[in-house]
Design a protein around this ligand. Structure first.
Ligand code: SF4
Ligand code: SF4
Length: 370
């Protein structure tokens, strides 16, 4: 498969996927958080993929209306779980976003995002280097929290480090943390810029054997998307894996009193297949007490609306998606998640949400506090 900026028509796999969807009686329709939130036919997986087929068969141009449809995706991957062909709708839509960029019809919010990236090296108007330094960056550090945590949730970074230390794995923030992984460029459809960014990241990481990555979106980008553009990175070790396997030997702590519900982040679950490690950490922090889950969990989990740059292109829809997923997790529960972007979305939807890292730091009496 290729996401390297080729026209969709030069990629036979994508051609096949657009055609399959066009001929499908919309079997995955119920699974799409965007079309469920917006109740619009044009943003079902079928409707969005039909744009690709119609472009292929020259029945429509890539214009502003086509672009609006192909950006209406949170890259959650849930439709793929329900497709008997295993159609990868989100990457197929990213290929169409690249067409929209080429045709100069991408939404204005995308232009702003890419300009911001060019000026700051990340989607945030802050200096990641300063944020990383403040979070305890060290030349030999191996912890890569991700820029959402560094820029928007610095307490999460402190809590992750404190909890890691409590399980015998002291972590310092890596100098690489002063760079974004580049996921927003990929999701925006700026694929050449994404490849160039990935190459720059890999060059800076030449002497780094491995990173402990906190943000599932960054872990997915480094370990799945970089290889797709031919870029090798350091070995990616997930914070949840590293901590979960050390927990049995570090049981000391005070069970956290919390009416908790666990939300599976899309990139951690469907993207990287991690369902047990975050649950083991939460279970441990709650002293073995049960926590709630949505009826649709694990590989069929609902989405928080935070991926695919959807909060930039469709801000109201992304908050509505978070509201609906919050409802599925129980009206009163505090939503615990291992993804800083998901946590932001739940908070935007008016829900209480805690990072998994914070719950574990609280168990060990080491929470940094707001
Ligand atoms: S992704 Fe699969 S199930 Fe969904 S519309 Fe396309 S072909 Fe049908
Ligand atoms: S990846 Fe998610 S948001 Fe995108 S079309 Fe599929 S179900 Fe909808």
């Amino acid at each position: 498969m290729s996401h390297d900026g080729m026209r969709p028509s030069s990629d036979p796999r994508r051609q096949r996927e657009y055609a399959y969807c066009t001929a499908c009686p919309k079997l995955c329709r119920f699974s799409c958080p965007v079309s469920e939130a917006e109740r619009r036919e044009t943003v079902t997986p079928w409707g969005k993929m039909e744009v690709g087929h119609q472009l292929e068969t020259r029945q429509r141009p890539m214009d502003a209306a086509s672009a609006e449809a192909v950006y209406a995706c949170s890259d959650c991957g849930r439709c793929t779980e329900h497709c008997k062909h295993g159609n990868e709708v989100a990457p197929a839509l990213v290929a169409l976003r690249a067409e929209a960029v080429r045709a100069g019809v991408a939404p204005e919010s995308i232009t702003k995002l890419v300009d911001r990236f060019a000026s700051h090296g990340s989607p945030f108007p802050t200096s990641l280097r300063q944020a990383a330094q403040k979070a305890g960056m060290r030349d030999d550090g191996t912890y890569f929290p991700g820029c959402t945590a560094l820029a928007k949730q610095p307490n999460l970074v402190d809590d992750a480090r404190a909890a890691s230390e409590a399980v015998g794995m002291p972590l310092a923030v890596s100098p690489l943390a002063s760079r974004c992984c580049g996921y927003p460029l990929w999701a925006a459809g700026h694929l050449q810029a994404f490849r160039a960014h990935a190459e720059g990241f890999a060059e800076a990481a030449r002497e780094v054997p491995s990173l402990v990555v906190g943000d599932p979106g960054c872990a997915y980008t480094l370990s799945v998307l970089y290889p797709q553009v031919g870029v090798r990175t350091p070995e990616v070790r997930l914070w949840v894996d590293e901590v979960a396997r050390r927990l049995p030997e570090h049981a000391g702590g005070k069970p956290v009193e919390l009416d908790a519900a666990y939300h599976d982040p899309c990139h951690l679950g469907r993207g990287l297949g991690r369902y047990e490690a975050p649950r083991a950490i939460l279970q441990h922090a709650l002293g073995g007490k049960p926590f709630a889950e949505a009826n649709d969990a694990r590989n069929d989990a609902g989405c928080s609306g935070g991926g695919g740059v959807l909060p930039r292109t469709h801000p109201e829809t992304s908050v509505e998606i978070a509201r609906r997923q919050g409802e599925a997790l129980g009206e009163r529960a505090t939503i615990v998640t291992a993804c800083p972007a998901a946590r932001r979305m739940f908070e935007k939807a008016g829900r209480k949400s805690l990072a998994l890292e914070t719950v574990l730091a609280r168990f060990f009496g080491r929470e940094s506090g707001d």
